[in-house]
Each structure stands twice: as C-alpha cells, then as structure tokens.
Design a protein around this ligand. Structure first.
Ligand code: ZN
Length: 105
C-alpha cells in the first residue's frame, strides 16, 4: 500500500511529542519526595496519576514506533493479525493502528 507522506509526517510528529511527554513525566516522577508529610501524600497521589499517564504514553509511543516501522517495511495499512487491508478511514483516525476493525473488536 502506498503511504501518504502526511500520514508518515503525522506519525513522526506524534512520536516526537510522545517522547517529549514521556521524558517530562519521568522527570516529574524522579523528583525528590517532599519533607512535609501532608504535601507528600498529595504528591504520591499525583505520582500515581503520572504513572498511569506514563504507561499510556509509552503504550502509544510503542504503537507509533511500530507503525513507522511498518511504513519502512512496506506493510503499513495491512492488518498485523489477518493480513487484510485496514480501512483508510480507520487509518485516518488512528494512524498508528496495526489491526483492522474486525480484529480490533
Ligand atoms: Zn484484521
């Protein structure tokens, strides 16, 4: 399948954005604990939110990276499960998806 430059561009931009975000989240998570116990409790709450964010960011980062790899390999737009072409409208909405709508549901 021919891959539009715009899709590759979107994926590359997304990749950079996610990589930046992941770095920032990790820096926040590594922050020194606050000496004040009350503030520390709030920070721990924030940290669990950050950790969840971190996981979803890394998940998406991984998906975007895999999609870029499929573009390189020339298999982009082909479902990784069943080998059928993925609907272009689906790729438009989820450019990093590796599966067709049937396999995803
Ligand atoms: Zn499929």
């Amino acid at each position: 399948m021919e891959v539009h430059d715009s899709i590759r561009e979107r994926l590359e931009l997304r990749f950079e954005e996610l990589a930046r975000r992941a770095k920032k989240i990790e820096a926040d998570l590594r922050r020194k604990p606050n000496a004040d116990s009350e503030e520390r409790a709030t920070e721990q709450e924030n940290d669990s939110v950050l950790e969840e964010l971190d996981i979803s960011t890394l998940d998406e980062l991984h998906d975007v990276q895999a999609a870029l790899g499929r573009i390189e390999a020339g298999t982009y737009g082909i479902c990784v499960r069943c080998g059928e072409p993925v609907d272009e409208r689906r790729l438009e909405v989820l450019p990093y998806t590796g599966t067709c709508i049937t396999c995803a549901s």
